[in-house]
Ligand binder design. Structure first.
Ligand code: SF4
Length: 250
């Protein structure tokens, strides 16, 4: 590495420290050891107050997000690394200020490396279109980035190991609104133990990101099995549309 490259990297690292403080991964150049995580996922970790990042341009945010994605692609922090085909980091511009968080990749997502691309993904895309948005306007991520074998629910340890990636995505993208799809995302991010039907449709706040308006609702995969619940989800999405100032259908 020549001198100018070293200086470039130094400048870049100083920029990251100044503009994106508390990045769980980038601050140390690797995943934080278990137990040092600052989000309140199990209710007893240290709290942090994220610094505002709105002054950082979209292009700069995209660079930082790409760095976090690169780290996720080689992550071996939990046993799911052994059985995955692809790490499914997340996708979308998030320019609408809206972020969706689901549970974890399924078979189609594991095969393609993209979130929500199977039947449940098609339904999520339709839900987004029904809101008057395009899929690329939002950001879509999952609680864990690698597929749990057999589509089982990720364990608390797997959620904990993967949470720095999701936290970094939230810090970098700085969404104004979040829809938590299903019980796993709801319990992980809100540190709650209730079932999804208890909190669905209620405005919530993330312990570490109190400025984000959050709404838990049913996962699209649940809707495929229980189509009668679509009306509840549509009601929830209309709540979010109202927050966002999007026109509501007659
Ligand atoms: S699920 Fe998350 S923590 Fe586990 S190996 Fe994949 S990226 Fe790493």
């Amino acid at each position: 590495m020549d001198r100018s490259s070293e200086e470039d990297i130094e400048v870049y690292l100083r920029y990251l420290e100044k503009n994106i403080p508390n990045l769980a991964f980038l601050s140390s150049g690797k995943a934080l050891p278990k137990g040092s995580l600052k989000i309140n996922l199990s209710g007893n970790q240290n709290k942090i107050t994220p610094e505002p990042t709105r002054s950082v341009s979209l292009k700069e945010n995209a660079m930082v997000l790409e760095d976090v994605r690169s780290m996720a692609l080689s992550c071996q922090q939990c046993p799911l690394a052994k059985t995955r085909q692809n790490v499914v980091f997340g996708e979308g511009s998030g320019r609408s200020g809206l972020m969706f968080v689901g549970e974890g990749p399924g078979a189609d997502e594991d095969r393609t490396g993209r979130p929500f691309v199977g039947r449940a993904g098609d339904l999520l895309t339709k839900m987004i279109l029904a809101m008057g948005l395009k899929r690329e306007d939002v950001y879509i991520a999952n609680t864990v980035k690698c597929r749990p074998p057999g589509n089982r629910v990720p364990s608390p340890e797997e959620r904990e190991a993967c949470s720095p990636f999701l936290l970094d995505q939230i810090r970098i993208l700085n969404p104004k609104y979040m829809v938590l799809l299903g019980q796993t995302a709801m319990q992980a991010l809100l540190s709650r133990t209730e079932g999804i039907s208890r909190l669905r449709g209620q405005e919530c706040r993330l312990p570490d990101f109190p400025g984000v308006r959050v709404l838990p609702t049913y996962h699209p995969a649940y809707l495929l099995r229980n189509p009668y619940a679509k009306k509840d989800v549509w009601s929830d999405l209309k709540t979010v549309m109202n927050w966002m100032g999007l026109p509501l259908p007659e």
